[in-house]
Design a protein around this ligand. Structure first.
Ligand SMILES: NC(=O)c1ccc[n+]([C@@H]2O[C@H](COP(=O)([O-])OP(=O)(O)OC[C@H]3O[C@@H](n4cnc5c(N)ncnc54)[C@H](O)[C@@H]3O)[C@@H](O)[C@H]2O)c1
Length: 327
């Protein structure tokens, strides 16, 4: 088996996907890359598996793919929805330019590619409930534009050059390992830290804002299972709708309150992130993924919440202490 390269590996997804890949294929096969330098307390791999790769630089990708004998690329490097709205030009350059460079390197070196699309690839004219696999995609955010165009570009490389490119339309992801990177669903992670520390959370989305979510262990498994699936039955490579739960801030707060009875939530709506959320589906139809490659989530709202609180309560206790004054 040729090696696996993960771009943008130090982000929220990479921090859990890397250990899952290492466990499945062996640490020596996984090459970890990011534009960021390897963290000092690197928990996701040794120095020898790290490469500094800026995805906007085609030669850097190509050189690593050749030198490290890469056969599969999990391309995670991107700017997320809220950050992309603040910096749309940079988002186009990283999200579209980076994907193009990865696909070109893959074409030249015959690699397989995983591309994480998003519920952001849909827009306000998409049916918002039980959103079909194939439907209207007219996103109104720069993030969504790059995801919808990215899906098309992947399909083009598959049809034109025979590249094995596969993707998922991931919902908001909830994880206890790494903080989220500036997305519209970040509240669903922040709420756990604030609940454990302060018994209180001020949410930037309104109480009834319903969106699809998934616990990260399910998301890592979905990516690996899709890439391992027999290609024959795959009707939609870019990209499969997947979901695990459709929840609102008040649903999540209610579930947390079952474990932390005094927990309180109030709301200070951020108009930018609220308008992004209001343009996204409330719930996805993921029946195509279930039928074509056997997708099924293992965590629902109750089991995800219990696991998040159990894991985080080992590390997050009491209010954050103020940092000592610099001398
Ligand atoms: N987290 C979610 O809820 C979610 C949901 C749907 C889709 N996705 C998609 O999954 C992918 C990974 O998401 P994430 O949550 O881990 O994001 P993140 O923001 O946590 O991490 C992205 C990583 O990319 C790196 N990066 C940025 N610019 C780069 C460049 N030019 N070259 C190389 N690396 C660069 C960053 O340093 C960071 O480590 C993205 O494509 C995102 O759109 C994420």
């Amino acid at each position: 088996m040729r090696n696996i390269l993960v771009t943008g590996a130090f982000g929220q997804i990479g921090s859990e996907l890397i250990p899952a890949l290492q466990q499945r294929y062996g640490a020596a096969q996984i090459i970890v890359s990011d534009i960021r330098m390897i963290p000092l307390q690197a928990h996701i791999g040794a120095e020898q598996s790290y490469e500094h790769v800026d995805c906007t630089q085609p030669q850097q990708i190509l050189e690593v793919v050749r030198r490290r004998d890469i056969g599969t690329i999990y391309h995670l490097a991107a700017l997320l929805s809220a950050v992309a709205e603040e910096r749309p030009h940079l988002a186009w350059s990283i999200n579209m330019g980076g994907l193009y460079n990865v696909l070109e390197a893959a074409r030249q070196c015959q690699c397989r590619v995983f591309f994480p699309s998003s519920i952001g690839a849909f827009g306000p004219s998409t049916p918002r409930d039980h959103t079909p696999q194939v439907t209207v995609q007219r996103p109104t955010t720069m993030y969504g534009v790059t995801k919808a165009a990215g899906e098309l570009l992947c399909d083009y490389y598959a049809a034109r050059f025979g590249l094995d490119v596969r993707g998922l339309r991931l919902p908001g992801l909830i994880s206890y390992v790494a903080p989220p990177g500036g997305g519209t669903t970040d509240y669903a992670v922040e709420i756990f830290y604030q609940a454990l520390r302060y018994r209180h959370y001020r949410c930037f989305l309104g109480p009834a804002t319903r969106l699809d979510m998934m616990y990260m262990p399910d998301a890592s498994r979905a990516m690996i299972e899709l890439m391992e699936a027999d290609g024959g039955p795959l009707r939609h490579r870019n990209a499969y709708n997947v979901t695990a739960m459709s929840i609102s801030p008040e649903d999540l707060a209610g579930e947390i309150r079952r474990h932390i009875p005094g927990f309180a939530i109030d709301y200070q709506v951020d108009p930018v992130r609220q308008s992004i959320a209001d343009s996204w589906p409330r719930s996805l139809d993921d029946s195509a993924a279930r039928e074509d490659w056997g997708w099924a989530p293992r965590f629902d709202l109750a089991t995800m919440t219990a696991d998040m609180l159990a894991r985080l309560s080992e590390t997050v206790t009491g209010p954050e202490r103020p940092r000592p004054e610099a001398s």
